[in-house]
Design a protein around this ligand. Structure first.
Ligand code: NAD
Length: 505
């Protein structure tokens, strides 16, 4: 008898298998050699998708289409207003088809359906925000260079952008890239993860329905090698925007070096939340539980590392363990479920090896560890897991577990807390819990992270930039910085009179 909260299988008529094809130059295409791959629901076991398996030939054709579409100006040289109108139409179509898109993300990723709906809702807002930015692309003018000179700084689209996405937020992450690339005037080749190809394909349908010119957005389905590698190595691609693991991010930098293309990376994290004794412990507990179990911990922003003052460590751990038991884990198709299935067997084993490694390193495990049985489902679920007595040298404290596993470390002084927080190779996000604004600000100013949350966790807005420092990435998405990523700067220096002597008299 478990004291966890488990949502058993729901009675659900199986959805038809989604047939996904590449979108190349405005046409849906199978692979030239007819090869396909399948995706099964990680929660339910049955095949949900049959997708064309892209090779170098499809990738090169997609890149060539994007190159031609960029160079002939069918998108790059129309007005920002015209681009915005299409992006707004896409947003409206996503809103219309929200349930269909959310269902595909849930079936392929194992995430809860209610969360998938929220993510698509967030994506709609991003498309609208990016549409508003399409009309703001502007540079500078320099009118103080002397009477006979005028300087202009133009912003231009970078060119052909290769957008490579992971499986953990399939539609949302493509939506953190594509509308900004399009708003800037770039053309794109999109590669969704091989584990979650369908929602990007639906997005392609909606883009065509909205009237995006052929070749402006191309989608190639398949694996990192050869689809992603071909994109990175291609001379015809000007920029790669990648979200995924730090290891693959480094491979992308190496593969892009031959052509010195611009690279933007959103990578992993080992995000600390530092908890001071003067905080609201109930609020902190709720946010910690949310931060570690959201998306089954398969989240770059997972608050997987708690650094708590030793005076309140026991009280906080007790509360976290008690609240963890109330979080509904189970069938992602039940709208009550908050934590669904783990993406793959290999990933399940990786999570479990971190927990067993921590146990053999001397850590305590007051909750969880191992598989969670969900009645009626054959899929793989991991128990909510809390690991205590963790020290900063253990792998579970330093590396990205990417599962529902919380590591608890303790501190005595703020100096020690900041040193622990900054002790990881990553620098994506960090949090601080204290009712003293000076403590929050001192932490926010000294922690090495792209985002800092004070007395909250994981709030995101289309307006606010997101990205990492150190080995969590390069560049930013969202906000106006998200547009700047896809813009190049060109200086135009104009002589508008002659007050100076010629070089040769
Ligand atoms: P992954 O790195 O394995 O794969 C990501 C994408 O890259 C997939 O589309 C994959 O096919 C492709 N790819 C794989 N090898 C490639 C190669 N050599 N060249 C080009 N493309 C290649 O990551 P994942 O397992 O899909 O996602 C999980 C990781 O993503 C985690 O580390 C997580 O922290 C990170 N992530 C980061 C953010 C962020 O914004 N910082 C957001 C979500 C996920």
């Amino acid at each position: 008898m478990t004291d966890l909260t488990i949502i058993p299988a729901v009675n659900h008529t199986p959805e038809p298998v989604f047939v996904a094809r590449h979108l190349i130059n405005g046409k849906w295409q199978a692979s030239a050699n007819g090869e396909t791959f399948e995706r099964a629901s990680p929660a339910h076991g049955q095949t949900v998708t049959e997708a064309a398996l892209g090779g170098a030939a499809e990738t090169e054709a997609a890149i060539a289409a994007a190159r031609e579409a960029f160079d002939d100006g069918r998108w790059s040289r129309i007005s920002g207003k015209e681009r915005a109108e299409i992006l707004l139409k896409v947003a409206a179509f996503i809103e219309r088809d929200l349930d269909r898109i959310a269902m595909r993300d849930t079936l392929e990723s194992g995430k809860p359906i209610s969360q998938a709906r929220d993510e698509i809702g967030g994506a709609i807002d991003i498309w609208r925000f990016a549409a508003s930015l399409a009309r703001t692309v502007s540079g500078d003018s320099h009118n103080s260079l002397g009477d006979d000179m005028l300087g202009l700084v133009l912003k231009e689209p970078v060119g052909v952008a290769a957008l490579i996405a992971p499986w953990n937020f399939p539609f949302l992450i493509v939506s953190q890239k594509l509308p900004f690339a399009l708003a800037a005037g770039c053309t794109a080749v999109v590669k969704p993860s091989e584990l979650t190809p369908s929602s990007a394909v639906i997005l392609g349908e909606l883009l065509m329905e909205a009237g995006i010119p052929d070749g402006v957005v191309n989608i190639v389905l398949g694996y990192g090698d050869p689809v992603g590698t071909t994109m990175c190595e291609s001379e015809s691609v000007d920029m790669v925007s990648f979200t995924g693991s730090t290891a693959v991010g480094k491979a992308i930098v190496r593969a892009s070096a031959g052509t010195l293309k611009k690279v933007s990376l959103e990578l992993g994290g080992k995000n600390p939340q530092v908890v001071f004794p003067d905080c609201d412990l109930d609020e902190a507990t709720d946010a910690i539980v949310f931060g570690v179990y959201f998306n089954a911990g398969e989240c770059c922003n997972s608050g997987s590392r708690i650094i708590v003052h030793e005076d309140i460590a026991e009280a906080l751990t007790e509360r976290v363990v008690a609240l963890s038991k109330k979080v509904p884990f189970g069938d992602p198709l039940d709208p009550r479920t908050k934590v669904g299935a783990i993406i793959s067997d290999a990933h399940f084993d990786k999570i479990d090896s971190y927990v067993s490694g921590a146990r053999s390193d001397g850590a305590a495990i007051p909750l969880g560890g191992g598989a969670l049985a969900v009645p009626g489902l054959s899929g793989r679920f991991y128990t909510p897991t809390v690991v205590t007595n963790v020290n900063s040298t253990m792998a579970v404290a330093r590396e990205e577990v990417f599962g529902p596993v919380l590591s608890v470390l303790t501190f005595k002084t703020i100096e020690e807390a900041i040193a622990l927080a900054n002790g990881a190779a990553y620098g994506l996000s960090a949090g601080v819990w204290s009712n003293d604004v000076s403590t929050c600000l001192a932490f926010a100013r000294r922690v090495q992270a792209g985002t800092v949350w004070t007395n909250t966790w994981m709030d995101g807005f289309s307006e606010l930039p997101f990205g990492g420092v150190k080995q969590s990435g390069l560049g930013r998405e969202l906000g106006r910085y998200g547009l700047e990523e896809y813009l190049e700067v060109k200086t135009v220096t104009m002589r508008i009179g002659r007050t100076r002597a010629s070089w040769v008299e």
